[in-house]
Write a protein that binds this ligand. Structure first.
Ligand SMILES: NC(=O)C1=CN([C@@H]2O[C@H](COP(=O)(O)OP(=O)(O)OC[C@H]3O[C@@H](n4cnc5c(N)ncnc54)[C@H](O)[C@@H]3O)[C@@H](O)[C@H]2O)C=CC1
Ligand SMILES: O=C(O)C(=O)COP(=O)(O)O
Length: 526
C-alpha cells in the first residue's frame, strides 16, 4: 500500500479520501531535518504553506510521486527540482478563492473602522468613542493589483459597496476588466489615485518588493494597503517607515517576508496597522474544499490516473489526456522504437504531427514521444513531468512540424531521430479508434501492429532471403509471430519487420547480419 505524509494541518475530509488508497501519517510541525529523515518512506506529501519542500527534501524523497499543496501558492515548493525528479506538483486553484477575497475585504473594512483596536479597547474596559473615527469606503477608489480569481471576487464585492475600481494586471484584457467593472490602468496611476490598494498577485521575481520606498512615495498620504497575497511583495521595512512618516495612512497584512513573523517594527505600530497570521484561506469551507480537491488528485495519481490541477505538467489535464490517450500510446511507442533503432545518443528528434494531430492541442504527444525516446536511458525514472526537461538537459534538439493535410489515416505521427550512429525514422497511426500501427520504417511503407519483441532488417529485396532468415531464427528456437516486408521498388532496398514471441537471444543479431543480402538488423523491445 502507498504511504502519504501529511505535514501541515489538513481537513479530515482530505485524510479520509487518502485513506481509501494509502496509509496516511499526519505529522505536523516537523523540522526540516526531521522531514528529510523520513520523507524517503513516502509516495506522496500533502502540505499547506508551512512546510518548505526544498530541493534537499525532494532529493531525499526517493519514492515521491506527487506533492499536493492544499491551497493556491506553491512558492514553498521547489517546483523545478520536483519536475526534474518527475514528481507531479498539484494545487487547488479555486478552493480558497472566496476565503482569501473575503479576508482582504474584511481587512479593508477593519482598517477603515479601526475594528481590532476599538475592540481591544472595549475589552480593556474603556469606552473611547473619539479615537476610532473611521473613513467610509463608499465612493473611494480601490486599486486592485492582480485581477485573477481572488482579485476579481474582491472587485465584485467592492463594486457592490460603491467603490470605484482601478486594476493593474498586464496579463488580462481590457474587456475582461470592464466585465467586472474595473478600469485597467498602469501601476503608477493606480498608486497615485487609489485610496485602498489590495494585492492579489503571485510572488515572482517581478513582484518581489513591488511595494518599496519608491512606490510607497507615489501613494496618497491617505492611502491604505492590504496584502493577503504573498509576503515579500511588500518590503516590510519600507512600509513601516512610510507609515511612521505619515506617507501613507495604514496597512493590513496577512502574509510576511518571513513566516511565522519574527521581531518586526510592524508589531509596534498602532491602529493604522493590522496583522493576521496568514489566515486568508482559513475558513471551514475553504479548508474542506482544498483538502478534498488535493486529496482526490493524490489518490488519482497513486492509482496511476492523471491529476486535474498539476502545476508542472502544462496541458495534460484529464480531458485532454482522455481524448489523446490512444495517440499518447502511439507517440510513446514510436519514441521508444526510433530511440532503439537510432541506438547511441540522439541529438535531434524531428516530430511531424499530421492530419488531425496538427493542432496545438496535440502538444502532449511531443512529451509522450520524448518519454518513449528516453525510456531506454532512464527506464521508470522518465515520465510526462520530466521528459521535456530530461531531453533538454541531454541536449536533444526537438523540431516539431505540423501538417494538417490528411493522407491515408485521420492522424499520423512521424518521428525521425538523428544520433551519433545515424538517422532512423518511424511513422505510425491508429487503425479504428485505438489500434496502433506502424506504417513506415526508415521510409519503407509497412503495416504492422508493434509487438513487445521485434526484429527489423534492412536488406535487398531478392528471392530466398525471407526463407533464410526464417530458418536461421528457427535453428535458434525463435518463434516468429508475424512478418512483413516493405519495399519501394521491386528488387530494391527493403525493410522487414518481424514480431517474435521472446527476446532475441544474445549473439543472433550478428548471425542475421551475416545472411547475404541483409545489410543491417535491429532488435527492439517495446
Ligand atoms: N493569504 C492567503 O491565505 C492566500 C493567499 N493566496 C495568494 O493570493 C494570490 C492570488 O491568488 P489567485 O487570485 O488565486 O491567483 P490567480 O492566478 O487567479 O491570479 C493572479 C493574477 O495576478 C496576475 N499577475 C501575475 N503577475 C503579475 C504582475 N507582475 N503584475 C500584476 N498582475 C500580475 C495574473 O495575471 C493573474 O490574473 C496568490 O499569490 C496566492 O498564493 C491565495 C489563497 C489564500
Ligand atoms: O493558498 C494559498 O496560497 C495560501 O496562502 C493559503 O495558505 P495556507 O494553506 O492557509 O497555509
Amino acid at each position: 500500500m502507498s504511504k502519504v505524509l501529511v505535514s501541515d494541518s489538513i481537513d479530515q475530509a482530505g485524510i479520509d479520501i487518502l485513506s481509501q488508497v494509502a496509509t496516511v501519517d499526519v505529522k505536523i510541525g516537523l523540522k526540516p531535518a526531521e522531514l528529510r529523515e523520513i520523507i524517503g518512506e513516502y509516495d506522496a506529501l500533502m502540505i499547506r504553506s508551512s512546510t518548505r519542500v526544498t530541493q534537499e527534501i525532494i532529493e531525499a524523497g526517493t519514492q515521491l510521486k506527487i506533492i499536493g499543496r492544499a491551497g493556491v501558492g506553491v512558492d514553498n515548493v521547489d517546483v523545478p527540482a520536483a519536475t526534474r525528479r518527475g514528481i507531479v506538483v498539484v494545487n487547488s486553484p479555486e478552493g480558497n478563492t472566496i476565503a482569501a477575497a473575503e479576508h482582504a475585504l474584511a481587512m479593508i473594512l477593519a482598517l477603515s473602522r479601526h475594528i481590532p483596536d476599538a475592540n481591544a479597547s472595549v475589552k480593556r474596559g474603556a469606552w473611547d468613542r473619539n479615537s476610532f473615527v473611521g473613513a467610509e469606503v463608499y465612493k473611494k477608489t480601490l486599486g486592485i493589483v492582480g485581477l485573477g480569481k481572488i482579485g476579481s471576487h474582491v472587485a465584485n464585492v467592492a463594486r457592490a459597496m460603491g467603490m470605484k475600481l482601478l486594476a493593474y494586471d498586464p496579463f488580462i484584457s481590457t474587456e475582461r476588466a470592464e466585465q467586472i467593472g474595473c478600469q485597467l490602468v498602469e501601476l503608477d496611476l493606480l498608486f497615485q489615485q487609489a485610496d485602498y490598494i489590495t494585492l492579489h498577485i503571485p510572488k515572482t521575481p517581478e513582484t518581489t518588493h513591488l511595494i518599496n520606498a519608491v512606490t510607497l512615495a507615489k501613494m496618497k498620504p491617505t492611502a491604505r494597503i492590504v496584502n493577503c497575497a504573498r509576503g515579500g511583495i511588500i518590503e516590510e521595512s519600507a512600509l513601516a517607515a512610510a507609515i511612521k512618516a505619515g506617507k501613507i495612512a495604514g496597512a493590513a497584512l496577512d502574509v510576511f517576508e518571513s513566516e511565522p513573523l519574527g521581531e518586526s517594527e510592524l508589531r509596534s505600530l498602532g491602529k493604522e496597522v493590522i496583522l493576521t497570521p496568514h489566515l486568508g484561506a482559513s475558513t471551514a469551507e475553504a479548508q474542506v474544499n482544498v483538502a478534498i480537491d488535493v486529496a482526490e488528485q493524490i489518490r488519482d495519481v497513486l492509482l496511476g490516473l492523471p491529476a486535474r490541477s498539476a502545476v508542472n505538467i502544462p496541458g495534460l489535464g484529464p480531458d485532454v489526456l482522455e481524448e489523446l490517450k490512444p495517440y499518447m500510446q502511439l507517440a510513446e511507442t514510436l519514441g521508444n522504437l526510433v530511440g532503439q533503432l537510432a541506438g547511441g545518443r540522439v541529438e535531434v528528434l524531428n516530430i511531424r504531427l499530421q492530419g488531425e494531430l496538427a493542432t496545438n492541442k496535440s502538444q502532449p504527444l511531443v512529451v509522450a514521444a520524448l518519454k518513449g525516446l528516453l525510456y531506454q536511458a532512464l527506464r521508470e525514472r522518465v515520465n510526462y513531468v520530466n521528459a521535456s526537461i530530461e531531453a533538454k538537459e541531454r541536449g536533444i534538439r526537438v523540431i516539431e512540424t505540423r501538417d494538417a493535410s490528411i493522407r491515408d489515416y485521420a492522424g499520423t505521427l512521424h518521428l525521425e531521430a538523428t544520433g551519433t550512429l545515424g538517422t532512423h525514422s518511424v511513422t505510425g497511426a491508429l487503425l479504428g479508434e485505438r489500434e496502433i500501427h506502424l506504417t513506415d520504417v526508415d521510409g519503407f511503407p509497412i503495416n504492422v501492429p508493434p509487438s513487445k519483441y521485434m526484429v527489423f532488417t534492412l536488406h535487398r529485396d531478392m528471392p530466398g532471403i525471407i526463407g533464410k532468415l526464417g530458418s536461421l531464427l528457427g535453428s535458434f528456437n525463435v518463434n516468429i509471430a508475424s512478418m512483413q516486408v516493405g519495399r519501394k521498388i521491386v528488387r530494391g532496398d527493403a525493410v522487414m519487420a518481424l514480431s517474435i514471441d521472446d527476446p532475441l537471444p544474445e549473439g543472433i543479431l550478428d548471425e542475421i547480419i551475416k545472411v547475404p543480402g541483409i545489410r543491417d538488423a535491429y532488435t527492439v523491445t517495446l
